[in-house]
Each structure stands twice: as C-alpha cells, then as structure tokens.
Design a binder for this molecule. Structure first.
Ligand SMILES: [Zn+2]
Length: 483
C-alpha cells in the first residue's frame, strides 16, 4: 500500500524582548547560570506576574504578518506538570483563547536542482504566547553524576506558532520553517538563532493510505534545531512508521527525540493529552484585551515582508524569480542590493556582482555584511567604472578583491595600479600588429578557415596588455586586420 505523510509543525520562537514575559529580569542568552532570576520567574509563592507589553506587540505583529485574526480578548492559562526545570510546577501559556487564530504562509519548496519547484500554502492554526521553562544541565564530575538547573531561560517570552497538518514531505517542512524564519527576522521579533534555541521546532508526523482523508496516529518529534535535522528527523519518522504499518503493526502516539548522531528518532515518553495538564485560567493575570486601535497601529508599522519584497524585486528591477529569491532572503542583503542598484542604475549587473563576488566572501550575511569594507556606494562606483569603459569586467574582479581587503575606493585602486582600460585604437593596433607578426602559423590557420584560432589572438593581445585592452575594440580591430 502507498502511504501519504501528514505533517504539522509547532514552532517555538523566542521573542526579542529585553526582559522576560512576566518580570523585569533580562532575557539575554549566555549569562552566568541563574544570574537573571527573581521571585517571579522562580515562581515563589505569593508573587504576581506582570505581562510584558513588548512581547504582546511582537506576537500581534507576527499574527498580522501571517494573516491571522487577532483576538480582542485572549486568556492565559496554567499548564500544570512537574519537571525539574519548572520548579513552580506550571507554565503560564495560552490555551483555549489564544492571541491569534487562523492565517497562512506560502513556502517555496526546492527541487533537486536547488531551484524553486513549487509553492506550498500552509495554514496556521494559532499563535499563542507562553513562558519558557529553565534548562537542566547534566554533568559528571569526580565520579558523581549531578544535574544542575539554570533558570535564566525560565519565563523568557515565546510565541508558539502552530500549523495545520498541511505539510506532506520533509522538504516542504523545511521550506515552511525557512520562510517562517525569514518572516520573523524581517519583523525583528526573533533573532532566528536555531543553535541557541531561539527558534525550535516540534514535528507531528503521521501516515495514512494515499487517498484517505482520515488521519493516522501521530508522533511528535521534539525540539529539532536545524533545517537539516528537521528533514532527517521527518524522513526517518516516515520510514519508521511505514515499516510498522506495512507489516500490520500500529503506531503508538508518543513524544520522540531526534538523535543527530544516529539520524534516528527514539521514544521519549508516551504522549500526554491536554487533560493531563489540567489547564485552568491563570488566576493572577486578567484576560488580555487588545483594542482595534492598537491592532491597526501595529499593522500600519509592519515592514515589507519577504514575499512582497521578492515580488517587487521582480517587477521593479526585472530580476528573475531565482535572483529575487536569493536577494530578498535576508533584510540586510536586500537593502545592500537595492542601494547598489539605485546608485549604479543597472539592477541586473548589481544583482550579479552581489550574488557572485559579495556572497562568495560572506558566510553570514546578517552579521558580516554590515561590517564589510565594500559598501553599496563603492560597489556601485566599481560597476560605473565598467559601464564607462574605464576598466574591463575582468580587471574589475581584481579591483573588487582589493576593495574587499583594503576598503579603498575603486578609482583610487585603478589609478594607483595603472589598470585603466586601453581603448585607444592606435595603441591597440600596434599591439595587434605585433601579435599577428609573431604568429604566422596561426594567421595561416585562421585564413584557411579555422575560426577557433580567433580566440587565441584575443588572448595574446590581452596578455600583451596585462588584461587592460578593451575587448570590444580588440575584437573589431582583429577582425579588420585578419580579414
Ligand atoms: Zn524574573
């Protein structure tokens, strides 16, 4: 029997607020263990949580960007469970009345060639806010195994973005997560750092006979923290469930963990149902009420989103879908491109230079590009030198390399190194005459009809002028002289 995978993702995004969700402790990552804690986030009895306004705005901003309905009234609940990293015994979350409902995101799914094969629309079920739990650190020292608890992360603000089970393959899942991460970065509500856990993903996977509408039993693979791991975890889970179903077994509903070393998922615990948590309304927080005015104010301040930018790059700059996709994939890169294009007046050339030379030099666009010594201004100046015929495209690549390390202006480099392109016909004619005189054998071949020898002459002239000859002029003069 042929099976179809049914996949839904739950994404936890840590919101980029300075302080935690219900207290004024710092929400920064990597500080000394337990440095950022107070009676509220430690859950001491009798303390009162106070909701972070910025976090609410970030969640609404995200909801609006994803086309969700923002609920005027939402409610916080206590999700009760015991875990060492949650000493107060419950997590404040939203349950039956979340801040945002509905919505959708269009993901661009790549084919084997790395190009966009098709677009996939994934519906969003809900976005709710919740506090994070602490972190357990397991250490072995002096033959004693000890577990330590760091509560810096306790009470940091999370958005949980839950999708409908619309995803059908591992590739679609990672395309969705990539697009979602881009949107969050554009909105400035999450730093998207998967290694540090600011963006984590749980994958719900089930299988059903192809053509069937009924959902199969699902498993949830927890906290996958890279695109590659997400694809591998889902692929493994699909294979595992297929094997069980095709041999007549049944899938156990459970929570699983992905092991990056073995590439396998393994059982962590049997899946809890919502009633196991005994959700009840958080008695210390009033229902969250947001007004229409607040929502429209936030809506008016939404930045241009990746999809809109991509479309605009295609229509305004006549870029291909592929180029527009790359150049809009990052806010910093997109603005670098746009500035360069405007300054040099040729978007296509600017796009090519950025995609080849610039992206070849930077690994992390977000952090490295703003500090690069080549700026949109100097790159545009370099492109202008090529357009004016001052230097050839080939020489320009060397000048770019120099600009990248020295930070000098392109004109300065061209002048000091004597790289100005030779377009003077008299000067080039002399060089060409010398080349023709020195290569009688090739001239004979060319005149005998061997067209391919022409390239040899161009190369020889270029070599004689250290690459500075204007190729267009060389081509024309050579044709004239060779007859
Ligand atoms: Zn605190």
């Amino acid at each position: 029997m042929e099976y179809e995978a049914v996949i839904g993702l739950e994404v936890h995004a840590q919101m980029l607020t300075k302080t935690k969700l219900f207290c004024s402790c710092s929400a920064s990552f990597g500080d000394d263990p337990n440095a950022n804690t107070c009676p509220i986030c430690l859950g001491f009895p009798g303390v009162l949580p106070k909701l972070n306004r910025q976090a609410v705005e970030y969640a609404i901003r995200t909801g609006l960007a994803l086309g969700c309905r923002i609920n005027g009234k939402s409610v916080f609940s206590r999700k009760n469970y015991f875990y060492p990293d949650l000493p107060k015994g419950y997590q404040i979350s939203q349950y039956d009345l979340p801040l945002c409902s509905g919505g959708n995101l269009k993901a661009r799914v790549l084919g084997d060639d790395g190009r966009v094969a098709y677009e996939k629309e994934v519906r969003i079920t809900r976005i709710h806010m919740e506090e994070d739990a602490g972190k357990s650190l397991h250490e072995a020292s002096r033959d004693i195994r000890s577990s330590l608890i760091d509560l810096n992360r306790a009470c940091t603000p999370l958005m949980e973005i839950v999708s409908e089970p619309d995803i059908r393959s591992a590739r679609e899942a990672s395309a969705y997560l990539k697009e979602l991460r881009q949107v969050l970065l554009y909105l400035g509500v999450c730093d998207g750092n998967m290694e540090e856990g600011s963006l984590r993903c749980d994958a719900n996977v089930s299988l059903r006979p192809k053509g069937s509408e009924k959902l199969g039993t699902r498993t949830e693979t927890k906290n996958v923290n890279s695109f590659r791991f997400l694809e591998r975890a889902i692929e493994y889970e699909i294979r595992r469930q297929e094997m069980i179903l095709s041999t007549g077994g049944t899938i156990v509903q459970e929570t699983r963990l992905f092991d990056a070393n073995t590439g396998e998922t393994r059982s962590m615990r049997s899946k809890e149902e919502a009633h196991d948590y005994r959700y009840f309304p958080e008695p210390d927080l009033l229902p969250l009420v947001v007004s229409e005015a607040q929502i429209s104010d936030i809506s008016a301040r939404l930045p241009e989103l990746p999809e809109a930018k991509r479309q605009r790059f295609i229509s305004d700059y006549s870029l291909s879908d592929y180029d527009a996709g790359i150049l809009s994939s990052d806010k910093v890169l997109a603005s670098f491109f746009e500035k360069t294009a405007k300054l040099c007046g040729d978007a296509k050339v600017a796009a090519n230079w950025i995609q080849t030379e610039v992206l070849c030099e930077v690994k992390d666009v977000e952090t490295e590009l703003p500090k690069a010594k080549v700026t949109p201004e100097t790159l545009a100046a370099l492109i202008t030198l090529i357009q004016k015929g001052t230097i050839s495209g080939k020489i320009a690549k060397d000048v770019f390399g120099d600009m990248w390390t020295s930070g000098k202006e392109p004109e300065e480099i061209v002048k000091s190194k004597g790289l100005v392109q030779v377009s003077d016909e008299g000067e080039l004619a002399k060089v060409i005459d010398n080349v023709i005189a020195a290569n009688a054998k090739q001239v004979e071949q060319y005149k005998g009809g061997k067209q391919s020898v022409f390239g040899f002459f161009v190369g020889a002239v270029m070599k004689a002028t250290q690459g500075k000859a204007n190729p267009a002029v060389v081509n024309r003069l050579l044709k004239e002289k060779l007859g």
